[in-house]
Design a protein around this ligand. Structure first.
Ligand code: SAM
Ligand code: SF4
Ligand code: SF4
Length: 338
């Protein structure tokens, strides 16, 4: 039997197409823009985490509601043991066309072959600097940057091309490396995505002065390279897309702060402890783990998600400066999955 094609639309007429799954809230890095090292963070107990079987069960239900893409994230997803087992379970779900992973790249070189063989289709590795000392200071841990670069090379080697690179740009911290990182990606055929520093969570001391806007990033790149804007692939594309014309290589800028893309946001998020979030900046999660563990049927869970999506009207990035919005409580990014 084929997958029922049901288009579930929220209050702003956005279909449900993607799920981002945080498989753990833990991380071996302490990036100052996500999980600052000086903050005392309470992590989930193991028994609070959804099991791989529970996640797969939810994804199967979501696939019947129109979800086609899955992105596995965290925290650091590779900290969860045998992540390839989850990928294998997800690969078997009819209707799921794309399984992607976002990782900080630590120990990736040793793991990426198994991930690919289990059915991983795409990978994004975060790379915020090419300078060893700065790397240690930005991630709050003594990790060899070469190790991350090896992981990127190995991902290419096993055929996960094009490998994507995420680079959060923070003013006065790594904005002097925009060209160096672009050069690194150009030499290796990596698809770079610069990300504007976002006001996710409550711990990272964000303010507008620390944001390097998409326009500034593009100006820096355009002065050095011939750059052309590309059309959106589809409505739910979150990145502004461009290409380096001289080598015909795509890159992008995720401008959540200066050019919000809420109108095309087709994503649901699932936290490691089994709560659905309808926005990265949500104040509340919707507990599906209790349903799962309480013996709810597939139909019950489907109705739960339908109700959630039909009532969704999030568009935080469009409203972030408004009184009454900017001071609302927000979930931390490492809990809900970036
Ligand atoms: N640990 C993995 C990693 O770092 O790639 C996956 C989870 S991380 C939360 C997902 C992405 O969010 C990373 O590319 C990270 O750089 C980005 N990110 C984290 N905090 C951010 C912030 N305040 N603004 C913009 N992007 C951020
Ligand atoms: Fe960890 Fe990723 Fe957050 Fe950095 S951005 S602290 S690597 S979860
Ligand atoms: Fe989607 Fe919320 Fe981000 Fe807007 S702010 S794009 S609704 S996750």
């Amino acid at each position: 039997m084929g997958v029922r094609s049901l288009t579930l639309k929220d209050k702003l007429n956005r279909p449900l197409k993607d799920i981002r799954i945080s498989v753990t809230d833990r991380c071996n890095f302490r990036c100052f823009f996500c999980m600052p090292p000086d903050k005392d963070i309470q992590f989930l107990d193991r028994k609070e985490l959804l099991t791989y079987e529970e996640i797969a069960k939810l994804v199967k239900i979501l696939s019947q509601l129109g979800v086609r893409k899955v992105r596995i994230t965290g925290g650091e997803p590779l900290m969860r043991a045998h992540l390839e087992n989850l990928i294998a379970l997800l690969s078997d779900i009819e209707g799921i066309k794309d399984i992607a992973l976002t990782t900080n790249g630590y120990k990736l070189a040793q793991k990426v072959k198994d991930l690919k063989e289990a059915g991983l289709k795409r990978i994004t590795v975060s790379l915020i600097t090419l300078r060893q000392e700065r790397f240690v200071s930005m991630i709050g841990r003594n990790v060899d940057l070469e190790e991350i670069i090896e992981g990127i090379e190995e991902a290419k080697e096993v055929g996960l091309e094009p490998v994507k690179i995420n680079t959060v740009v923070v003013k006065g911290v790594n904005d002097d490396e925009i060209i160096d990182i672009a050069e690194f990606c150009r030499e290796r055929g990596l698809v770079l995505r610069f990300i504007e520093f976002m006001d996710v969570g409550t711990l990272n001391g964000w303010n507008m002065e620390k944001v390097v806007s998409a326009e500034e990033i593009l100006n820096i790149l355009s002065r050095k390279y011939p750059v052309e804007e590309l059309p959106k692939k589809d409505e739910s594309e979150t990145s502004l897309r461009f290409k380096f014309k001289d080598i015909n290589l795509e890159f992008g800028i995720i401008a959540s702060v200066t050019k919000p893309f809420c109108r095309g946001c087709t994503r649901l998020r699932l936290s490691a402890d089994g709560k659905f979030y309808t926005c990265l900046f949500s104040s509340v999660g919707h507990d599906v783990k209790s349903l799962l563990r309480g013996g709810a049927s597939e139909e019950d869970i489907k109705a739960f998600v339908e109700n959630l999506w039909l009532n969704r009207e999030d568009r935080y990035s469009e409203l972030r400066t408004q009184e009454g919005v900017k001071n609302l409580p927000k979930v931390e990014m490492f809990r809900v999955g970036g």
